[in-house]
Design a protein around this ligand. Structure first.
Ligand code: AHR
Length: 325
């Protein structure tokens, strides 16, 4: 090649490489680097509640708000959550948020996070660890209080009358299951005429809720009330009742938890009798905790979300639409 052409060409190539050849620099990369990186280990997508919870986290911890959220869906398996947390540690995230499947079995991996200097925020359910210094703070529901609220409604509605109860439990060992089951057990102990005719876990899913009630009905079991530890299992149970020609709300009452939009509409139609709120909108709450930590402040170690309960009286379409999940 002609030497007079070669030198300007080399200069041009070098200019082009500087302008667009180095992927690690530039305003976009600088903005990306300044984001707070949060690894979120989510239980799964087993329920409407869970989907609303994931969306709330994604919306609050968005790049527009200064965050990069790495979401891991554990498909309701604790071992997947432990692997996800180890991956977050290897990636050097700034914060780990854990929505735990069950209460036990977190010590080892949380010690690893602590050794790596990564703050851990627990959301929704609780964990049981001897050293609460393994996590920075927790926010979630008082699940025992939720169970007590359901039983208080049953007591007001049925008192000491005979009541045959079908109990659909959530994932065994999760705080949501433990608190709601303890509430019902206390109610059973206080009402000798209430009879527990069936109890099994439907894993918080609609399919399992339906399957369990279908089997019961095929076996010819009669009952007056279904105590379902979440809305999705209640939807499945109600489908099973309808398929068997029973009238939900008339022949069999249903008490449920979460107060998702679909369930509240089913209260209006009379299919669900009573629903205790379990609020999934934790995204803004977690964001506020991280912002406090970033400023060097100390958020409260434990924060219980205020919750209510619903029955048909006083419930309106507008009130449902305003709730956000
Ligand atoms: O931990 C909260 C519970 O988990 C909700 O009641 C249920 O719907 C979810 O899957």
């Amino acid at each position: 090649m002609n030497r007079r052409l070669l030198i300007p060409m080399l200069l041009l190539v070098s200019l082009l490489l500087t302008a667009c050849g180095n992927p690690g620099t530039g305003p976009a990369q600088d903005a990306e680097k300044s984001l707070i990186v949060v690894g979120f280990s989510q239980v799964g997508a087993e329920s409407d509640w869970r989907k609303a919870n994931t969306l709330s986290m994604q919306t609050a911890l968005s790049p527009e708000n200064g965050f990069r959220l790495i979401l891991d869906d554990a498909q309701q398996k604790q071992e997947k959550q432990i692997t996800a947390i180890r991956n977050f540690i290897n990636q050097g995230v700034d914060y780990i948020v854990l929505a735990p499947t069950t209460e036990r079995g977190w010590e080892t991996v949380l010690m690893e996070a602590k050794a790596a200097g990564i703050p851990v925020i627990i959301v929704d359910r609780m964990i049981e660890v001897a050293d609460t210094g393994l996590f920075t703070c927790w926010i979630g529901s008082d699940f025992r209080k939720e169970g007590d609220a359901a039983v208080a409604w049953m007591d007001a509605r049925f008192g000491d009358a005979p009541l045959r109860i079908v109990h659909l439990q959530g994932n065994i060992g999760s705080t949501a299951q433990i608190g709601r089951t303890d509430g019902l057990d206390a109610g059973l102990a206080a009402h000798p005429q209430w009879q527990l005719i069936f109890r099994a876990s439907g894993d918080f899913t609609q399919a399992k809720g339906q399957e369990l009630v279908e089997v019961l009905l095929r076996e010819g079991k009669a009952f007056d009330l279904i105590y379902s530890e979440n809305d999705n299992m209640a939807y499945g149970a109600i489908d099973a009742l309808k398929k068997a020609g029973l009238r939900p709300g008339e022949d069999v009452k249903t008490v449920s938890f979460d107060a998702s939009s679909t369930a509240l509409h089913m209260i209006l139609s009379g299919e669900i009798s009573f629903d205790v709120e379990c609020n999934p909108l934790h995204g803004p709450r977690v964001r506020s905790m991280i912002e406090q930590l970033e400023k060097g402040e100390t958020p409260p170690k434990f924060t219980y979300v205020e919750e209510t309960a619903f029955e048909r009286d006083g419930l309106t379409e507008d009130a449902i639409a305003a709730r956000g999940y």
